[in-house]
Design a protein around this ligand. Sequence first.
Ligand code: GLU
Length: 496
Amino acid sequence: MEKTARTRFAPSPTGHMHFGSARTALYDYLLARQTGGQFILRIEDTDKKRTVEGAEEELYAGLRWLGLQWDEGPQVGGQYGPYRQTERKEIYLQHARRLVETGHAFYCFCTPETIKAEREKQIANKENTHYSGTCRNLSLTEADQRIAAGETFVIRFKTPLDGVTRVVDELRGEMVIDNRTLDDIILIKSDGFALYHLAAVVDDHLMEITHVFRGAEWLPTFPLHALIHRAFGWVEPKWIHLSVFLKPSGKGKMSKREAADLIQDGRSIFIKDLLELGYLPEAVNNWIALMGWSYDDHTEFFTLPDLVEKFSIQKLNPSPAAINFTKLDHFNGLHIRNLTVDDLAQRLKPFFEKAGYKVDIDVLRKITPIIQERLVTLDDAIPLAGFFFEEKVSPILDELIAKKLDAAGTLEIARKILAVLEAVPNLELDTVEPPLRTLVEKTGLKPGQVFGILRVAVTGLMVSPPLFESLAIIGREKVIERLKIAIALLEESNDR
Ligand code: GLU
């Protein structure tokens, strides 16, 4: 087992929280919980232009919905705060200055126009774009004078000009990078704010982070981050760059547009949508846990406590994973069936309410066990069981008419059913089922024909939850009323 881990989830609040971020947060949480360590939330909001209002709140809500409560971070505090990077500006400036003083970084006074012209020239010459090095060797005294004179500056990292950098990713092993391919990246922008590269490294060190889980999109700048750690003389955390996601087809990455369009098919990669579509956080965790990790070659059902126990870095897989929504449906069904009736009823309630029904939780508790097996999402309960909360249902005449019977034949049977229901004292299963079965025998029809009429009359549906259980829940008075309406409908069609 790993030693006590301090992990961090470090999102930038630049858009909706998607399942990829959720997966990073999940792995952070699992390792922290498993090792008795801490799971830290840090908001990386230094890029103010990209910050989206409300994104931070969406992250908090998303994490909490998934059950991934952070131990340190915004809203909960902690000894290593502040946990929002815009509140740590001075810390980064001081650290950048330290790098300048030790010869690992430099003040750069090149104007954006100069840099742009430089890049265009490099592109024209088919070179990789990079900083040309104009200010690399300015003395600190000269730089300080120019700053005092009010010149605008950035601080750049002084990348070694030759040799190689060796870095180790826990999943991918050692990578060796030729330093000539690395650029003198900006650490502090002209507005005095740090860029991600410096801010993240400084924070990971000061917050005593032991393991960095993050997306594979950070692999290209990974050697630079390692070099910054080393320039400070710090010990690096363990680096784990997670697998990328591919479109469901397995062909390429999903574009923003494609991600947004998914909702038209009742799919989404965004956590807030998954909640609204009726997915359980348990299922989402199970689904994302297995996108890049496996326990063995057959176990697939995991609760959060199972994952805490079984997770291991060694079993993470760096290969790209195709998004498989069918799997999400599958896990959702499994986790729905794993809930207690009471728990499921509580979770279904807001879905019925959103659909406009006034819900009596005691009635919903009775309905829940008869629909539990049939639900893929919580939302499925509405078309399946909304009729329980309707004042009236509206059966369709054609659906009411039993197979191989006409309206007149159906009407005759419906009247007989009504007579049975009126004769029994209540609609409990034991009371109503035997006389109805006797009726089927007497008519010589198939059970499906007789019960089908009753089903459509009282539920308005051709396919419904188990009929007798449903009758008991709807109650005698309403069942009889609905059956009478169906009879009237059949009579009317007969008269025509
Ligand atoms: N703020 C970065 C992002 O949202 C985090 C990368 C990291 O975890 O280091 O992509």
